[in-house]
Design a protein around this ligand. Sequence first.
Ligand code: PLP
Length: 385
Amino acid sequence: MFERELLMIPGPTNVDPRVLRAMCKPPLSHTSLEFASIFKEALDNLKKVFMTRDEVFVVAGSGTLALEMAIANIVEPGDKVLNTVSGYFGQYFVEISKVYGAKPRVLEVPWGKPVKPELVKEALKEDDYKAVTVTHVETSTGLVNPIKEIGEVVRKNSNAFYIVDTVCSLGGMEVRVDDWHIDICVSGSQKCLGVPPGLALVAANSRALEHVEKRKASVGSWYGSFKNWLPVMRDPTKYFATPAVNMIYALNEALKLVLEEGLENRFRRHFILAEAFRTAMEALNLKLVAERESAANTVSAIYYPEGVDDNQFRNKMKEHGIVVAGTLGPLKGKGFRVGHMGNVNQNDIFATIAAIESTLKRLGCKVEIGKGVAAAQEKLLSLTK
Ligand SMILES: Cc1ncc(COP(=O)(O)O)c(C=O)c1O
């Protein structure tokens, strides 16, 4: 039963057997030429996925470490940082900024609404900020922020470093690090890339790396210091700290899968499946947390109808072999989240919608069985003609 469970949470996501097999190989020496060539291939392919010609870092840890590396390397004590917050994960940058001695100016918008570029423009007039942080897909609400447009505002109106969290978008929605003026872009392995949890991924441009050389205070993190990792990323036979060898096998195989599919095809698949899922939720009269125009293609957060108990709902879904997540922070207990990213396919989407229908019906809601699945099928047909 366990091996047939369908993970429809917003990460970790279902891992392809090709990736699982790659992980099972015996670990090589981490400084051997053989391992270095695998690591190098993964780094080169990761650059293609980040759409950058600059540096990338792959370090053992989760997405949170990637966020922390960005702040630790850029921010010096006393620096002012503009942290935009549109949900639970935006707040992570605020907390990390404080830990590294920065003074956060928090630009908060209601959950489910995007950070508008004009708001960032206004806030940039108030002060001289060292960095601006934005969450691309806010996983707590299923909302996508306009990273490209905010990037233009930041570049035109300040010298701030633009730091973007793409933990819930890289490999599933368009992320163009160089074109969108992102100085540091951070992500993790366990979501749209379809790798198990365990790797922090960072893209940093030359402007960010030059700043690290010039900054007055030393970087407040030893393990997370770009300076310590850069020689390894440029030549993986070098040693700083032991890389997660088997996780890098997994990343390398998963990136090959991503590039075999092609980034544009992959973004299109995520869009089509997300649209099908959203259409089904609307047909079932279920309300999305994120406003429709800013709904992410990788995850959806959905409010429960009146009277549905969160634990009961998710336990019953599990009886169908489908795992979905609860909502976070102030939304806890009020809704559920479905990850539709990574290796997700249309069967997964239909199975999830059908399970939602029968679970709600079992819990006493008025549901017309099949209505959501039918709406999703129609949508899918119309988008794949
Ligand atoms: C947008 C976003 N940022 C940061 C994180 C934290 O990543 P991790 O749980 O891998 O540390 C998550 C995790 O879900 C996330 O969705």
